[in-house]
Design a protein around this ligand. Sequence first.
Ligand code: FES
Length: 172
Amino acid sequence: MSETVSRRDFFKISGGVAAGVGLAVSGMAAHSAEAAVNTSTNLPYRSKPIANIRTMKTNDPVHFAYPDSASPCVAIKTGNPVPGGIGPDKDIIAYSTQCTHHGCPVSYDPKEKSFKCPCHFSLFDAEKQGQVICGQAPTKLPQIVLEYDTKSGSIFAVSVIGLIYGRQANIL
Ligand code: FES
């Protein structure tokens, strides 16, 4: 016995299936958006002094390690206000210097105000929260959240935005 489906019924059925798939996909998208929002954690980051505002010079990188000795980072005074920048000019920002592709050490180019990876040539924008300009790096450089004491000028690393290369959590 063969069953036939009228053209109208076919479109009703396929429309219903498509709507169901659409709802499922939009549900997944909503879930993903929620998951993205909920990825912040309350890791026990410690506050670590890394530099002093009074001694930082424009385009003169200050190297430090955070949140532990195995995680090289750099603070830059770019000379221009930047998103997340601290200090009187909102121009001091810091990043992990491990490339997000395979973890090679990136270096700062003061002329381009970018970070360059020597391994596969990814470029990251120092003034735009470390976002990828080009190359194989899948995500921006993790940004080290900074605070500073207006009286002493001390700058502190206090947490990290983004996952440091090779880690499942920034605090080991
Ligand atoms: S490790 Fe940096 S681009 Fe591959």
